[in-house]
Design a protein around this ligand. Sequence first.
Ligand SMILES: NC(=O)c1ccc[n+]([C@@H]2O[C@H](COP(=O)([O-])OP(=O)(O)OC[C@H]3O[C@@H](n4cnc5c(N)ncnc54)[C@H](O)[C@@H]3O)[C@@H](O)[C@H]2O)c1
Ligand SMILES: [Fe+2]
Length: 439
Amino acid sequence: MVLTGSAGSVTPDHGHRGTVRRETVLVLDGGTGTPGTDEGYTVRAAHSPREPRPRLSKFHAPEIVFGPDSLPETAHAALRLGARRPFVVTDPGVTEAGWPAELLRHLRAAGLRPQLWNEITPNPKDHEIQAGFERYESSGCDVVIGVGGGSVIDAAKGVALLAANGGTILDYEGIDRIANPIPPLVMVPSTSGTGADVSQFCIITDTTRLTKITIMGRALVPDVSVVDPRLLVTMPDWLNAATGLDALTHGIEAFVSLAHGPLTDTHALHAVALVHANLPTTMIRRHDDGPRTAMAQAALEAGLAFTNAILGATHAMSHQVGGMLDLPHGLINGVLLPHVIRFNGSASDADAARFVPIAQAMGLPARPGMPGDEAVDMVATEVRKLADEVGVPTGLAAIGVREADVPRLSRLTLGDACLTTNPRTASVEQIENLFREAL
Ligand SMILES: NC(=O)c1ccc[n+]([C@@H]2O[C@H](COP(=O)([O-])OP(=O)(O)OC[C@H]3O[C@@H](n4cnc5c(N)ncnc54)[C@H](O)[C@@H]3O)[C@@H](O)[C@H]2O)c1
Ligand SMILES: [Fe+2]
């Protein structure tokens, strides 16, 4: 894998062309090392007059504890945040895998009196969040800890949000509608995909409208994320595949997002490289530490990228299918992503050129200055190839979407907050076409 050049070097012109500037550029050069390791970082000074000046950007992130055997650190993190009775959110699948029992032992050993709530389902539902909030209220708990996949983490955020702000979870759909600070959050992801443990997003199923609502706000960024790659080993293959493609989608959508910047670009590209180099290995050799840890890092970096740069049309469309059919989020993304890549990459030369560094991150024979449309084609083809390799269906029809669903899914897509940062604006007809192509 060789990945060279400034992540920002192909950014569409924001003015300032022709100004000779000096800036530091991160070069990832992993030509000789093992796939999935971080070998060969060098940093050089750049003097290119063609480098556009980066826009002003903000970057938020929780405190992160990362590495095998970090689970016990959750107790120390909770204590630092003032916990006495932590409210531990999880679900039946993660409970069966044994991780919450291990966590409870660590919490008790640290003198805490945890309460467990595990009554949620994947793609957590509005009424489940209400039930969790009522349990939290009656429990006298303080810090909220989530141990599980994105569904558990979003449910934990939803409970904390209601505890401090009242109302119902659906009241908070959209951007920055949370007025009061919420109880401290410590998140322990058990899948390598969603990045919800570092993100400012909370995705909940509206069971009346059969769609997934996006709640976004700085208040939802957890205080501490504890990433222990050991937890990933109990994931079934379908979940490993789906969540890996979710992380890949986060990396690609964040890199081409209208809100991307130099700080998010680096994480986005590195996440793409890590998923591409390691996801297939984790499907074959599930107990190998290296690829698992690399996938945990991929999910984390993709999360850091997208929580700051936001996402795009793949997620805006995926939320509608997930809300209607209650299917694995990453699997739907895996089907949609190649179609959205081709759509976004065909808007302009500058949009297409953004796919050159992505192709390089995937180890494809791309080079700066090549025709952007060739890079777009390479990336879309490679994403589909990876999806085939890990067993993702080729079309939405195979997972239950019908032609008759397309108009409604497309209308709802236009209202999703993730669409606002897609690099290409899309009309309802264009979204309908994308859904039909993906059927
Ligand atoms: N908030 C965000 O930033 C964000 C980002 C992307 C996706 N999401 C949301 O996250 C949800 C998807 O989360 P997910 O893909 O992580 O899966 P998930 O949390 O929905 O879990 C799926 C199933 O896998 C089981 N499981 C999870 N981890 C396991 C493990 N280590 N071992 C055994 N079983 C395990 C669970 O019990 C569950 O039955 C969707 O609702 C999606 O919309 C949120
Ligand atoms: Fe996602």
